[in-house]
Write a new protein. Structure first.
Length: 238
């Protein structure tokens, strides 16, 4: 019988806070990374910095980076795969945290499934799951919405819709914002939501100054934390 080598796609978690490699990445991360010469990455600079930080043995200059962002098409992904030599494993490096969650790496995985490659997710930090398990809110039924609309009216409509769903379905609603707009979003949440709605703020997760706290909206109103430029996950449940 002829042996068929199954190619692998490794889903590589990135750090979500600086200088946390030892506490949040698997101990064999370098063993995996040293097998790979081709990396899909949303931001090549971030990927290079990550590989440098974890001290891969290969020279960074010798590695091949395939830029995969929100504008990358399925056809481009297909053409990238044609560049990869036979039997070479590949890696997907997230901008932060685990790949393919609020991250365009899912298109790479989608195509790899079509090609019947093995998909190998590696253990690593996910700010979304860390926020959920640290919230005390419903972990049996939850929805992650990603980023909310930038425009004021659509954003307000989305916040009210999430709160309504959280009440009717007893479902935790999880979302995020670009860090420099966090403070404004927090103000809008406490203005728009029912005073009895529970709101979790999870900021700078895995860092030394991480902050996770759940209170009712009325309890937050006069004591809003400073979140400007701090990566933050928000959760609500009515």
């Amino acid at each position: 019988m002829k042996f068929i080598h199954v190619r692998k796609v490794f889903l590589i978690p990135n750090l979500i806070a600086p200088d946390t490699k030892e506490s949040v990445l698997p101990s064999d991360i370098n063993k995996v990374l040293n097998q790979i010469s081709y990396f899909f990455a949303e931001d090549v600079r971030t990927a290079r910095r990550f590989l440098s930080d974890v001290k891969v043995e290969k020279r960074i200059e010798e590695l091949k980076f395939l830029k995969t962002d929100k504008d990358t098409s399925r056809e481009e992904i297909k053409s990238y795969f044609k560049e990869i030599p036979s039997e070479e494993p590949v890696g997907i490096i997230s901008e932060a945290g685990c790949p393919c969650i609020a991250d365009p790496g899912n298109l790479v995985v989608e195509y790899a499934h079509q090609m019947e490659w093995d998909i190998v997710p590696l253990v690593g930090p996910s700010s979304i799951l860390l926020a959920l398990i640290g919230s005390g809110l419903n972990g049996q039924s939850f929805v992650f919405h990603g980023y909310l609309p930038i425009e004021k009216d659509p954003k307000a409509k989305m916040i009210k819709s999430m709160e309504k769903d959280s009440l009717s379905k007893q479902q935790t609603q999880i979302f995020m914002e670009t860090p420099y707009r966090n403070d404004r979003l927090l103000e809008e949440i406490v203005l728009l939501c029912n005073p009895e709605t529970k709101l979790t703020i999870a900021s700078n997760l895995t860092a030394n100054d991480q902050f996770i706290r759940t209170k009712k909206v009325r309890e937050w109103k006069n004591n809003l934390p400073e979140l400007h430029k701090k990566p933050t996950i928000f959760l609500i449940q009515g």
